[in-house]
Design a protein around this ligand. Sequence first.
Ligand code: NDP
Length: 310
Amino acid sequence: MPTLLFKSEVNSAHDWKQALQSTMPELEVRVWPEAGDRGDIKYALIWTPIGDVLHTLPNLEVVFSLGAGVDHLLQQEGLRRDVPIVRMVDPALTQGMSEYLLFHVLRYHRHMSEYVVQQRETRWQQLPQDVAHTQHIGIMGLGVMGADVAGKLAALDFTVAGWSRRPKSLPGVQCFHGEGQLRTFLRDTHILICLLPLTPQTKFIINQHTLAALPRGAWVINVARGAHVNEDDLLAALESGHIAGATLDVFADEPLPASHSFWGHPAVTVTPHIASLTNPRTAAAHIVANIHRHQHGEPLTNVVDWEKGY
Ligand code: NDP
């Protein structure tokens, strides 16, 4: 009987166990720390690093990540490179991310932040309403999620550009790639979205230089990882008015400390890392599909590339 070890603080173990076993009744799911005989365990499904535990599973064959981003797993010292890591790719997770981003792009585009302030001040003032096409949205990262939201924003008639590591071609999206094209990509971006994986190359990519390359009055939305943003540089750019506002879902330090200036900043919207949450009911099917592939000797999908770091 295939056996999977589950460990996470994010979702309830009960929901995952139920979702996995209703999709694959013959799968035995053990919830950490009740690992039983560790020699039985072929699969691990984890979010937070599991310390030395993975080393004590002699027959571990695949690690499944509960999240799309795997930076926290790859940073774990001594992780066995011979055991593939499969990241979470689930259309429901992608849809959730696009919903979050469409909501915030439309909120900025339709001046909702300003109208909320006006209501608090009982002020009746109509602001100019631009057509979507004049709004340039720039998406850093054109992977599973970046490509999805790019297509949806283009369908709403926004002018959409994206930036990736390798060259890309997406209908209705102006595609840039590599360090050499970063500034050109940023130059016309009114609303910048970060959907990059966190790697040594992308850490602090939103910094004084990249922020300065955006036009004055641009907005920043970070839904990738907190460490993509140099927080001091962003606060300085908000202070100077060069950046009009930021929506931040992820932070270097999570939960965001109560004393952090982002909480009360009038130009910052804070959400608690919820842009898109993995749902056991939809995600289990993708984990089980990969377990079936593995058992039939077929290649796994969405395997993390150690060299690329995502
Ligand atoms: P993918 O791996 O599918 O896409 C990553 C994209 O980033 C690719 O287009 C890749 O380029 C590009 N990229 C990577 N490195 C560089 C670089 N050095 N320069 C330029 N482009 C680069 O990831 P997903 O779309 O599935 O997810 C993106 C991130 O979103 C995750 O890593 C995670 O951190 C975050 N996330 C956040 C959630 C939240 O709730 N806040 C929920 C889910 C995910 P190329 O195409 O050339 O490889």
